[in-house]
Design a protein around this ligand. Sequence first.
Ligand code: FES
Length: 158
Amino acid sequence: MSDDQLIKIEEAARNPKNLGEMESADAVGTVGRSDCGDMLRMWVKFKEENGRKVIDRASFQTFGCQTAIAVASVATEMIKGKTAGEALAMSGEQLSSPLGPLPPMKIHCAQLVEDALKSALDPTAANPTPAAIPSGPTLADQITPAGKVKITLLPETR
Ligand code: FES
């Protein structure tokens, strides 16, 4: 990873955009990776624009690495104004493109973001049962032993 790219990731992770729960979200997706133990939840809100239903805004929370935070930050900006189908068509590589090409060991961090987005927009693709939109507790609250959270563990081979 170049110094320039490292700086971009550090800056995006230090001041992430769209960090936090969205109470009025239309969709939410939560995914986790069994290989690194990181988790990411993404909320999406739609709006009507010129007769199309497009993403108004998206937010995220994560127990993830710096790269996952950075990718989620830029990705939640990039998908604004896109339809669900357009956003679903975006790969982890596309979602992380403002940060430059990620090194092989960090590609799965972008895939975590891609999978959370897919889980939110097309729950049947990533989750057998759509996750309910949380009505109060944060992701951190829901991971307490007494809490409940639906976590989809993704294959390690991706
Ligand atoms: Fe697991 Fe980055 S190390 S998401």
